[in-house]
Design a protein. Structure first.
Ligand SMILES: Nc1ncnc2c1ncn2[C@@H]1O[C@H](COP(=O)(O)OP(=O)(O)OP(=O)(O)O)[C@@H](O)[C@H]1O
Ligand SMILES: [Mg+2]
Length: 712
């Protein structure tokens, strides 16, 4: 089937032809035959690189161009939502589609979304939006759920599962298009979301899977290929072999530390010829973050044609690295699994260093088949190579067999609902009650029936789960049971709309009703003790000193250890996290924070993102806790300080758009104390401040003047 034969808008057809695409891939054709363009729900479980996401893109545009309604594109990761948004604007920019990317800020129904046709977002953000019951929701006629196998993920799975259940009840007539390359129980999932299943093993670019052992790659088809083993190291030899052959390699490792060390070894020993553009990028990396040791490291690596890629890097650094790999400036990337989902990179060969991963507290565990298939699927993407290769490394003959059996010839695991944990369940049950503004027993039954969990757990377990959750929600005054109806209280609504765990709210209220005066430390500790806050990892050598600090700081904490049911090690991890936040709001330089807590700037960003959200939620909760009103201005100030990482005197300056902690400090040191000072001083004086160029000075000035005129 040709794209030109599809019942698409002629302008869209021209676009497709302009991208050099002519013929549909067979799985795409099958999805269309099953009614994708006639509004049918479809679950597409077909190979990596078989054009699923691309087909979703076309369907989205067609839906909008035919005036059927809005489209929501959902992805598990911000980076993927962002990439899709960029694709829409890059390839279809002149079609006048109103496309928007929205992530973060969980406390709004975002009325502006009313004006957009295509909304690219994450599962979390959409879940938070739905709780506000926005007016525009009923105009959504197509929901695209990319990478739906994330249902099996501990963290994102329940978000997605509950979101799907709510949407099925709220907008039952909108079309669902769900995609994944790796679902073991595709029939079950299709039946759950009431979709037709499209399944196929066809791949546009052949993927040769194999195992490396003693100098040879043994392929699935029986071929055996000798590799030049001049480095006597499997990875070096495999990478060298790929590059000598004119290809690029992507190596997946299981820890960041390994990604960094292996990329250094590769850079040192392979001694690749420099590529044009490498020096320029290497220079650019020298100023790519506030952490100069990291910049230096990346800069050196990149000039040797190699880089690592993990979540400790900033988003911009990661994007630059991916781009450089696409442009051929980098020949090798050593990545952690964060690079595994959905991306199109020119990797001819994917090498998977180990099929085991260290899990804290559990020891080594085998990776999932699903993960392996996603890693492998990054090789051989259309438009880049004629074929792709995915290679595992064995250490014994036994392992060769085992890797073939488990991974290469294995099928991805069945997707199992992760909603069964009481901790998760109560949050989503509350969200359902809030979304529907109270329901009776039958209403609860309706929700349960829409969950995957309903099909995967016993009736007895489900009943217990509901009873326990309702009990907690009623005791915490989030819900009241009256006349057979479960009604959310004002507090319950507040908490669901703030997108926090009800426990965070309970802790906050308990903390403030004790009448203790909060301090900088005690608020940071309150944030750190929220179940919504990820914790910094504990190292065994820190235990003793953290234990001392625990004794010392205990009197200052708003909640004693007995106020919450937590384990000793958790208490230490919370304390460490609180110290990190305290350093952050006291302007300890990022470099120092990274060294002290063993983090990258990307980690700081993601911890601070969560912390800012919780700081904001605590501030909002304080409005409704008697006795906490006294502290509102302190909490306001601390919320800004957490978000921006500044001391008290910089709160005002840091509220200027595009002014972070470093520039705010420079402005302050140059004599500016307030926005008024800036408005009065003028652009020329601003430009004399280090790091403030023409464009930024203009922006700051117009912001300051507007503020000034609003005041008068
Ligand atoms: N019919 C087609 N002809 C040529 N190229 C295509 C066609 N369909 C898609 N492509 C291209 O193939 C590449 C892979 O497509 P896409 O990213 O949609 O795959 P996918 O199935 O979503 O993969 P993954 O499971 O890894 O997310 C993209 O660069 C896309 O533009
Ligand atoms: Mg995809």
């Amino acid at each position: 089937m040709l794209f030109s034969e599809l019942p698409l808008h002629s302008v869209l057809k021209k676009k497709i032809a302009g991208r050099g695409l002519r013929e549909l891939y067979p799985p795409q054709e099958e999805a269309i035959k099953k009614g994708l363009f006639e509004g049918k729900n479809i679950l597409m479980v077909t190979q990596t690189a078989s054009g699923k996401t691309f087909l979703a893109e076309l369907l989205a545009i067609d839906t909008v161009m035919k005036g059927k309604g809005k489209v929501v594109y959902l992805s598990p990761l911000k980076a993927l939502a962002d990439e899709k948004f960029r694709d829409f604007t890059l390839y279809y920019g002149d079609l006048n589609l109103r496309t928007i990317l929205t992530v973060g800020n969980y406390d709004s129904d975002e009325p502006r979304l009313e004006r957009y046709d295509i909304i690219c977002t994450t599962y979390e953000k959409m879940d938070s939006l739905v709780r506000h019951r926005p007016n525009w929701l009923e105009k959504v006629s197509l929901l695209i759920i990319d990478e739906i196998h994330y249902l099996d993920d501990e963290k994102r799975g329940p978000v997605l599962e509950s979101l799907i259940a709510n949407l099925k009840l709220m907008i039952p007539n909108s079309q669902l298009f769900a995609l994944s390359a790796t679902v073991g129980n595709s029939e079950e999932i299709a039946s759950w979301i009431e979709a037709e299943l499209v399944e196929s093993n066809w791949r546009p670019v052949p993927l040769r899977e194999g195992v490396f052992f003693r100098g040879k790659v043994i392929y699935r088809d029986g071929d055996v290929e000798k590799i030049n083993t001049k480095y006597s190291s499997p990875i070096l030899d495999l990478v060298n072999d790929t590059i000598t052959d004119g290809g690029q390699a992507l190596v997946f490792v299981n820890s960041r530390r390994r990604a960094v060390s292996l990329s250094k070894i590769l850079a040192d020993r392979l001694e690749l010829d420099p590529v044009e553009g490498a020096e320029e990028l290497s220079e650019k990396m020298r100023n790519s973050s506030e952490v100069s040791s990291l910049n230096e490291e990346l800069s050196q690596l990149i000039s040797s044609g190699v880089s690592y890629h993990h979540a400790g890097l900033t988003v911009e650094q990661r994007r630059e690295i991916e781009k450089a790999f696409r442009n051929g400036i980098l020949k090798v990337i050593v990545a952690t699994p964060t690079l595994a989902a959905g991306v199109n990179l020119p990797a001819r060969r994917v090498i998977i260093e180990s099929s085991e991963r260290y899990v804290a507290g559990e020891g080594s565990e085998p990776i999932k088949v699903l993960e392996y298939k996603q890693f492998a699927g990054r090789a051989g993407r259309p438009g880049f190579d004629e074929y792709g290769e995915a290679i595992l490394i064995a250490r014994s003959t036994y392992e060769v067999e085992d890797l073939f059996k488990t991974y290469i010839n294995g099928s991805p695991e069945k997707i199992r609902s992760k909603m069964g944990s009481p901790l998760k369940f109560r949050t989503y049950l509350l969200s359902y009650l809030v979304t529907f503004n109270g329901v009776n027993e039958e209403g609860i039954e309706r929700y349960l029936e829409k969950l995957l969990l309903f099909r995967q757990t016993s009736e007895k377990k489900l009943k217990e789960l509901v009873e326990d959750s309702l009990k907690m929600l009623i005791e915490g005054n989030f819900v009241i049971a009256t006349g057979g109806t479960y009604l959310p209280t004002e507090l319950g609504k507040y908490v669901a709309e703030l997108y926090i765990d009800p426990l965070t709210a309970l802790y906050t209220m308990r903390a403030f009703t004790k009448g203790k005066r909060p301090t900088e430390f005690s608020i940071m500790h309150l944030i750190a003790s929220s179940p919504d806050m990820p914790k910094l990892r504990l190292k065994s050598r820190e235990m003793v000193s953290l234990d001392d600090s625990l004794m010392q700081y205990l009197p200052e904490m708003l909640l004693g250890l007995q106020d919450r049911d937590i384990e000793y090690e958790e208490a230490l991890a919370e304390l460490k996290t609180a110290f990190f936040l305290l350093d952050w709001i006291n302007e300890v330089p990022e470099q120092e924070i990274c060294d002290k807590y063993d983090l990258g700037p990307g980690d700081i960003y993601s911890f601070i993102e969560s912390a800012s959200w919780i700081a904001y939620a605590i501030r909002r909760l304080a409005e409704i806790v008697p006795g906490a009103k006294l502290y509102l201005s302190l909490l306001d100030e601390l919320a800004v300080r957490v978000e921006k990482g500044v001391k008290r005197e910089l709160v005002e300056l840091a509220s200027i758009p595009n002014i972070g902690r470093v520039r705010a400090r420079r402005l302050y040191n140059a004599g500016f104390r307030t926005i008024d000072d800036i408005a009065k001083a003028g652009e020329e004086r601003l430009k004399r401040v280090e790091g403030i160029g023409d464009a930024l000075a203009k922006g700051i000035m117009s912001f300051a003047l507007k503020k000034l005129s609003n005041k008068s």
